[in-house]
Design a binder for this molecule. Structure first.
Ligand code: SF4
Ligand code: SF4
Length: 341
């Protein structure tokens, strides 16, 4: 069902939500960088930003998550679980970011392997996404089967600015329907014409995305390219900073460590890691299958556009273009996968 909400009422809605839940939205930090920050007032929402510098992924899949704390005492050992997730709203992410939650959600629920930490957090999170009016030159979401500036996958509510300051609000999931139902005073019913305006919005936004890749062709080329000489040179500018993976809504590499503070207290923690880091693949005995940059660089592309497609029937990428903007040596993921041979 579709509704209408004005920009003014979006701010009123945020004011109400902030009183009840942790609300994260695009917000300027002290250096004027727009990141997903916790709102203390609706006026902090920076609605003009298309893409935040990093994604909202870290609000569900924490950069560092304490699984449990261990305490040794005279009678033995006690184990205390990490903190329970709080009710959270992610407001104002874009369809490429929302789809990132859908993609990594499948990984964290693969077969019988349910990651209880991710699952608990996403269950307590409501995602209110805003369609992209002015995609950037680095965006290529339309290359993906489910990709579009108005795509609803991963969102609970999708807002589309169909007329100046008036947003079409579509409830996509039960969580979205509940949020709109609980705050119905801010919404009015949308007309057929309002819904049709979204079709025009979609066509115009998609026209602005210049780059469309043939990803079936990319996979076909990647499969026999493991030993290709292409990898010998394409990786050379890479400085192994890992920025491309840390800003990505779909990268999920992690490491699990145990840290002892003293003879009594210790913790087990999961932290983000990156396949671009040499230590990521070093095993306990010291063996490392990916010792050089070429192998690690190749892995990033093989994983995203070949192996992950084999396992999940979709790419491990949403076309947000953040890695292109973040790379200090201007490596463009689109160029790498297009030129593979
Ligand atoms: S690989 Fe790059 S373009 Fe794809 S989702 Fe990650 S950051 Fe975005
Ligand atoms: S951001 Fe660029 S330089 Fe840094 S690891 Fe990724 S590809 Fe290499």
């Amino acid at each position: 069902m579709a509704y209408l909400i004005t920009k003014e009422n979006i701010k009123n809605l945020l004011t109400d939500l902030i009183k009840l839940k942790a609300v994260f939205a695009p917000k300027k930090d002290a250096e004027d960088t727009v990141l997903f920050g916790k709102l203390s007032s609706s006026s902090e929402w920076h609605g003009d930003a298309l893409l935040t510098h990093t994604t909202a992924k870290d609000k569900v899949y924490l950069q560092s998550e304490t699984f449990f704390k261990i305490k040794r005492n005279k009678s033995g050992v006690t184990i205390e679980d990490g903190p329970e997730p709080e009710e959270t709203v992610i407001f104002g992410c874009r369809p490429c970011d929302a789809r990132g939650f859908d993609i990594i959600g499948k990984l964290f629920n693969w077969s019988n392997f349910v990651d209880e930490y991710y699952t608990k957090r996403i269950a307590k999170t409501t995602i209110i996404c805003i369609s992209c009016e002015k995609p950037e030159s680095t965006c290529f979401c339309t290359s993906f089967t489910k990709g579009s500036p108005v795509n609803e996958t991963g969102s609970d509510v999708l807002l589309t600015n169909i007329k100046d300051g008036k947003y079409l609000a579509e409830s996509i999931t039960d969580k979205g329907r509940k949020l709109i139902g609980d705050n119905s005073k801010y919404f009015t019913e949308a007309s057929k014409a309002d819904e049709e305006a979204k079709v025009t919005f979609k066509a115009e936004a998609e026209k602005k995305i210049a780059k469309k890749l043939d990803l079936a062709e990319v996979k076909r080329k990647l499969e026999p390219a493991f030993e290709s000489v292409y990898w010998d040179t394409v990786h050379l500018p890479c400085v192994k900073c890992g920025a491309c993976t840390f800003v990505c809504p779909t990268c999920y590499c992690f490491d699990i460590t145990e840290k002892a503070f003293d003879n009594i207290n210790s913790v087990r923690v999961r932290s983000w890691d990156t396949c671009m880091n040499e230590l990521f693949t070093r095993m306990a005995g010291g063996v490392n299958p990916r010792t050089d940059t070429k192998k690690r660089f190749r892995q990033r592309f093989m994983h995203k556009f070949n192996y992950h497609v084999d396992n999940f029937k979709e790419e491990l990428c949403t076309g947000c273009g953040r890695c292109i903007k973040a790379c200090p040596v201007s490596i463009d993921i689109r160029k790498v996968i297009e030129e593979i041979r």
